[in-house]
Design a protein around this ligand. Structure first.
Ligand code: DX5
Ligand code: ZN
Length: 220
């Protein structure tokens, strides 16, 4: 099982006072993961649309926007309009996820939906063809630096099987606690897209950390 792997460093662990150089430091990654939190859907507050627009202007790589916000039906389309390559909303927060996924695609972004660790995959299997990416959280959303939740691994396996069975082209992303060790567990279970915050920006050599994650994911 060696699908192509994508590494998306999360700027949640970057130095927000030096974002442009922090973005340039991850130019060898496939996309930059931007965590938007509203202190309502999750108990933390990060950044919103104006800063995402600024990041879009200077980033050398595409934006993977992860919205941990309430009412994404209302707010998510603006991130697609801002030029994000993909926009991820949470299933638990969306009122009309199919409609929202279609709206994001119509605005030129990849449509992506996230599930918290204990949210069941099964109710969403029929809508996989509406998605370009499925994000399975491997920590409770809200903070970087948490430990990878092994309890999600069976869901990663079921998602891989469901995606393969659907015939749709859907990336399978994991987010939370991804390190050079845990990435092997997630990749073996079928994930192909990996968010990593502290294990990239906490490293002395950020580019080497990205290369190390790629190499670990490939050693299956
Ligand atoms: C957490 C965020 C993650 C976070 C991951 O809610 O969605 O993207 O940055 O950080 P690490 O890789 O440190 O667990
Ligand atoms: Zn995230």
């Amino acid at each position: 099982m060696s699908q192509a792997c994508s590494i998306h460093p999360s700027i949640l662990s970057a130095d927000f006072m030096n974002l442009e150089s922090e973005l340039n430091a991850i130019a060898t990654a496939d996309a930059v993961h931007v965590d938007v939190m509203d202190n309502h859907f999750v108990p933390n507050l990060t950044l919103g649309l104006p800063l995402v627009e600024g990041i879009q202007r200077v980033s050398p790589i595409p934006l993977d926007v992860h919205l941990m916000i309430s009412d994404p039906d209302r707010w998510a389309p603006a991130y697609a309009e801002a030029g994000a390559a993909s926009v991820t909303f949470h299933a638990e927060a969306a009122t009309a996820p199919i409609k929202l996924a279609r709206t994001l695609r119509s605005l030129g972004a990849k449509s992506s939906m996230a599930l918290r660790p204990v949210t069941a995959l099964e109710p969403y299997i029929d809508m996989l063809p509406e998605l370009d990416m499925l994000l399975l959280m491997t920590v409770e959303p809200g903070f970087g630096g948490q430990a990878f939740l092994d309890v999600v691994v069976p869901k990663i396996r079921r998602a891989r099987a469901a995606i393969d069975g659907s015939g749709a082209s859907v990336a399978l992303q994991v987010d939370g606690g991804v390190t050079a060790e845990t990435i092997k567990i997630a990749a073996e279970a079928g994930a192909d897209t990996f968010v990593a915050g502290s294990s990239v920006y906490g490293a002395d050599d950020v580019a080497a950390a990205i290369a190390g994650l790629r190499a670990s994911a490939a050693t299956l």
